[in-house]
Design a protein around this ligand. Structure first.
Ligand SMILES: C[S@@+](CC[C@H](N)C(=O)[O-])C[C@H]1O[C@@H](n2cnc3c(N)ncnc32)[C@H](O)[C@@H]1O
Length: 213
């Protein structure tokens, strides 16, 4: 096994451990941030090539179940921007902001942005555990293969808005949270109308934040 293979294997294990810790004890996330950022900065130049063409099939299936087009969308842990572009292409109107802690990923996302989406899709450096957005800023928050920080998610999603989690390789995805845990954490924060999707080995979960009326 080459050094690169070993590093990759370690990276996948690290991602799963960091995910489990951040979900169970969000306050401990700070201990993982630096290494996580470094790992994804290093992966950034090859990330796009590492993705299977159907890596977002489950995410697309979940998007097709959203009847009302969202106006403001957050792609959390955007990486090279794939989910942000998929959402912007599917719905004709929304502003989409992709955020990530890894500057290398953000640089790739910016340079990948198709010219026709440049006025609606932007990328910002931000940490999902402390987002620089006002309460209720988004109608849809997408997390593709990304660690959820539930309190922040619930804060920035507007009443009646949605969250969409997708995992490209289902339970084999390094950053993966079991669907029952997602449901439990979301239900505790006022989300319901859960719907599961599966496609091309990937899984997704869609939920709606109660409108409060
Ligand atoms: C597995 S990659 C997924 C990238 C992209 N969503 C995709 O599916 O191709 C996880 C991404 O989340 C970013 N990330 C990890 N923790 C984060 C955090 N707390 N806040 C923002 N981004 C984070 C990483 O830098 C990385 O780009």
């Amino acid at each position: 096994m080459s050094l690169a293979d070993l590093e990759r294997r370690f990276g996948r294990r690290f991602a799963r451990v960091a995910t489990n810790v951040a979900v169970a004890q969000p306050r401990l996330w700070g201990g993982f941030r630096w290494l996580m950022r470094r790992q994804f900065d290093r992966l950034a130049p090859e990330w796009q090539r590492m993705r299977r063409p159907d890596a977002f099939a489950a995410l697309e299936a979940a998007l097709s179940a959203i009847e009302t087009p969202p106006g403001h969308v957050l792609d959390l842990g955007t990486g090279t921007g794939s989910a942000a572009f998929i959402v912007a292409n599917r719905f004709p109107e929304p502003d989409v902001v992709g955020v990530d802690i890894a500057e290398g990923m953000l640089a790739e996302a910016r340079s990948n942005t198709p010219p026709e989406l440049a006025d609606r899709v932007r990328f910002e450096s931000a940490d999902g555990s402390a987002l620089p957005f006002a309460d209720g800023s988004f109608d849809l928050a997408v997390l593709a293969n990304m660690i959820p920080f539930f309190d922040e998610l619930a804060r920035v999603v507007a009443p009646g808005g949605r969250v969409l989690f997708s995992f490209s390789a289902g339970p084999e995805t390094p950053i993966w949270v079991p669907p029952e845990r997602l449901r439990q954490e979301l239900a505790a924060r006022g989300f319901s109308e859960f719907a599961d999707f599966a496609a091309a080995g990937g899984t997704a979960l869609l939920a709606r934040k109660d409108a409060g009326d």
